[in-house]
Every structure is written in structure tokens, then in C-alpha cells.
Unconditional design. Structure first.
Length: 173
């Protein structure tokens, strides 16, 4: 269940998805800047979240997102160029990503300890990031039927003021 947690400093808001998973130790938190006029960079927002939540910065795994279907296995302290999804079995690794209108998708496989965090915008979704995520987990002997998956907050079609989005069958530029 999505629970707003406004314990962050200033106008930052954290949305906690942690209760959506059976693993009591898993933290699934989305940070969102509440004030669009406050110009903070991603590093500053990430710094506020980890300080507020008591996360060790050395435990972060960070993807440099490009709206792709590329997913990788990671561990604490790693940076992944051109990657839109990270998966780990290491409970000390803090998976991170940035989203604006795209959807964060949280994966947990409680039987094995594998978990993941995926940036699923329309381009990544259309090019197969969800299928790539399931395939990566299957390669780790995770049964898809046992997965817990939560889709975070993202823009809806009625709120999107961009020109109409192409269907998945159209070529992605």
C-alpha cells in the first residue's frame, strides 16, 4: 500500500511501498520533489533521501538511465551506464533510479532474495524491459509465479501533454 511519508526535509516527499512486499526488511521508497520551483539536482535529492532513511551511500547501486530495455545484476557501489533496471540478491545493496513521468517497477522474489528496480517509461516498456526483467530473474532460477511486483507512481495518458504516443508495434526512435 502506498503511504506518503513527509518526514523528509523541506518540501521533499517520500512514498513508501515497503508494505507491498512480504519481506519485512525490504525498503521500497519513491522520492518525489513536491515543489517544482525548487531546483535541486538528482544528487541532492538522493542525498536527502538516504540521509533521512539512514542508508549508507556506499551501498547505492546507480543506473544511468537511457529509456532502454537493458537490465543488469548489480551490487553495492556499482554504477551502470546505459541501464534502466538493476537486480540484486545482496540485501545490503540499495537499488536506485530516477523517474519523472515514467513508472518505477519494484520486483521481489521472496523465495530467493532477488529483488529489482526498473525504470519503465513508454520506450522501455515498448522495447521489452518487463520481459527482460522476468528473463533475468528466470536465469537466476526465480519462478515468475512467485514474484511480487509493484508499479510506482507515474503519469497517466490524460495528464500527458506530449503528442500522442506511438503504439508498441511502431519502430522506436
Amino acid at each position: 500500500m502506498l503511504k506518503p511519508d513527509n518526514s523528509g526535509a523541506g518540501s521533499d516527499q517520500w512514498f513508501d511501498f515497503s508494505d507491498s512486499f512480504s519481506d519485512a526488511g525490504l525498503q521500497a521508497i519513491l522520492s518525489q520533489k513536491a515543489d517544482a520551483h525548487q531546483h535541486l539536482d538528482v544528487a541532492e535529492l538522493r542525498s536527502r533521501l538516504i540521509k533521512t532513511r539512514g542508508i549508507d551511500p556506499a551501498q547505492l547501486a546507480i543506473p544511468h538511465q537511457v529509456h532502454s530495455s537493458h537490465v543488469e545484476i548489480t551490487r553495492a557501489g556499482q554504477i551502470h551506464p546505459a541501464t534502466d533496471g538493476l537486480f540484486t540478491q545482496d540485501s545490503t545493496t540499495a537499488l536506485t533510479l530516477q523517474v519523472a513521468d515514467c513508472g518505477p517497477v519494484y520486483f521481489n522474489h521472496p523465495n530467493s532474495g532477488w529483488r529489482g528496480l526498473v525504470h519503465a517509461g513508454w520506450r522501455g516498456a515498448a522495447s521489452g524491459i518487463m520481459a527482460a526483467s522476468i528473463e533475468l530473474l528466470k536465469q537466476q532460477d526465480c519462478q515468475p509465479v512467485d514474484l511480487e511486483v509493484v508499479i510506482g507512481i507515474c503519469i497517466d495518458a490524460a495528464s500527458d501533454d506530449r503528442p500522442s504516443i506511438r503504439s508498441p508495434s511502431e519502430q522506436i526512435a
